[in-house]
Design a protein around this ligand. Sequence first.
Ligand SMILES: O=P(O)(O)OC[C@H]1O[C@H](O[C@H]2O[C@H](CO)[C@@H](O)[C@H](O)[C@H]2O)[C@H](O)[C@@H](O)[C@@H]1O
Length: 258
Amino acid sequence: MMATVPLRTNPSTALPPPPPGVAGFSLFFDLDGTLIEIAETPDGVVVEPALLAALGKLADRLPGRVALVSGRSLAQLDQLLGVGTTGRLTLAGSHGAELRIPGADHPAGDRPAALDVASRALDAFAQPRGLLVERKTMGTALHYRQVPAMADEAEVEGARLAAAHGLTLQHGKMLVELRAPGDKGRAIAALLETPAMAGTSPLFFGDDVTDEDGFVACTDAGGDGVLVGPPRATAAHYRLPDVAAVRGWIDRAIEELS
Ligand SMILES: O=P(O)(O)OC[C@H]1O[C@H](O[C@H]2O[C@H](CO)[C@@H](O)[C@H](O)[C@H]2O)[C@H](O)[C@@H](O)[C@@H]1O
């Protein structure tokens, strides 16, 4: 099963930055490549204290209306950012397969039974080729950033194993992942029904193909998407060039809300 990238792409590559004025918005952020710089390995990322402070301030000013929507699992988000920060945010992890809303119960979905067998097959493929396998709560990612020449082979193996084991195939930056169903769009739509977010306009900042479902969900709900990175076909109508620009935008939003 392939995770779909929507075809409702914006024809223009000259997308403007998102306008100021966030008082009536709920803000959704992807993590890797959006709030933190891409690193060589999943564990190699740097989460700066200034980011944690900014997310905390934003959450104070928009209570219940600041969310992380990540391909990382909830456990990874807790570990990377610390529960002092994640506890103040609404979270969608595992590409939308896991939700955590402060004060609400959201039983975790079932981890697909086939995931362990498929993960061992990924190990067998990765080890002799020098690739990295990242095990997550609801998925396993095969990373080829370490050996980019293996990209095509890794993608083919990922697709083969996803089909063989009935798992969802997720493409990403220098990775292919086998995972539980769900997508960031459905997660955002569900979060928009929470009392704190209901009636607000959603704005989702993301850099990767997994974020496109989220851009569509936000547009459908009267908000929009913000592509982070170089121009490409996207459902977002705004763009910021890099992580630093997102961090600058957040700092300005905090000032505006102060
Ligand atoms: O949806 P996100 O929060 O952006 O998570 C997407 C994936 O991010 C991580 O992989 C990416 O970042 C790594 C660290 O910078 C990088 O080495 C890798 O090449 C990128 O694909 C994470 O490891 C994955 O589990 C997430 O799905």
